[in-house]
Design a protein around this ligand. Structure first.
Ligand code: GRF
Length: 200
């Protein structure tokens, strides 16, 4: 018996290379998640093209016209519900959600962060790693909670920091790892959700 695939949305703000890796992984019919919607808050986000090429529905919802985080999140929430989404992957989505949204989608939002959390939270992550003289970095996929970059970890992968690394060389090495890590995490979480909803 084939289980129904978990209807998944990806939220982006830019390049979308992680989105691309998720689209590629989910192109296989036995992958437990199906990407049904891509939402960007930035109209010019390069990643939208990957979704369009794959025939995935896209929505552009710029955050600026909304008077509050809650109002913006309410619009995102409505789009997700209209598409009957069960799981969200944030992939370079550069907005912090309201507590209301995070609670509403509790245990249903994944995020990828380019460090070995709990180390090096926030922005300019590779700068932070290099400035600290760390010998190792990596990537983390975790569930979203209201505290930034702090939710339960699903998977992590280590990446060496090499002598002479720059932000560019380190971020490229970490990104390559992200592209296998995120599909792996989505597979694990979607498998669990699919089993749960099938009552298995
Ligand atoms: C990635 O490094 C991800 O870890 C971080 O933002 C970047 C997004 O890159 N959250 P892309 O848009 O997926 O190429």
């Amino acid at each position: 018996m084939t289980r129904p695939r978990v209807r998944t949305a990806v939220l982006i703000s830019g390049r979308g290379s992680n989105l691309k890796s998720l689209i590629e992984a989910s192109a296989s019919p036995d992958f437990p998640a199906e990407i049904v919607l891509v939402i960007s808050n930035v109209e010019s986000a390069g990643g939208l093209a990957f979704a369009r090429e794959a025939g995935i529905a896209t929505r552009v919802i710029p955050h600026k016209p909304f008077p509050s985080r809650e109002a913006f999140d309410a619009e995102i929430d409505a789009a997700l519900r209209a598409a009957d989404v069960a799981l969200i992957c944030e992939a370079g989505f550069m907005r912090i959600h309201s507590a209301w949204f995070v609670k509403r989608w509790e245990n249903r939002i994944l995020n990828i962060h380019p460090s070995l959390l709990p180390l090096f939270k926030g922005t300019k992550v590779h700068e932070q790693v290099l400035a600290a003289g760390a010998k190792e970095s990596g990537a983390t996929v975790h569930f979203l909670v209201p505290e930034l970059d702090s939710g339960p970890i699903v998977v992590q992968a280590r990446v060496p920091v090499l002598d002479g690394d720059t932000v560019e060389t380190l971020s490229a090495r970490v990104l390559e790892t992200e592209h296998t890590l995120y599909p792996e995490a989505l597979r694990m979480v979607a498998q669990t959700l699919a089993k749960r909803s099938a009552g298995a």
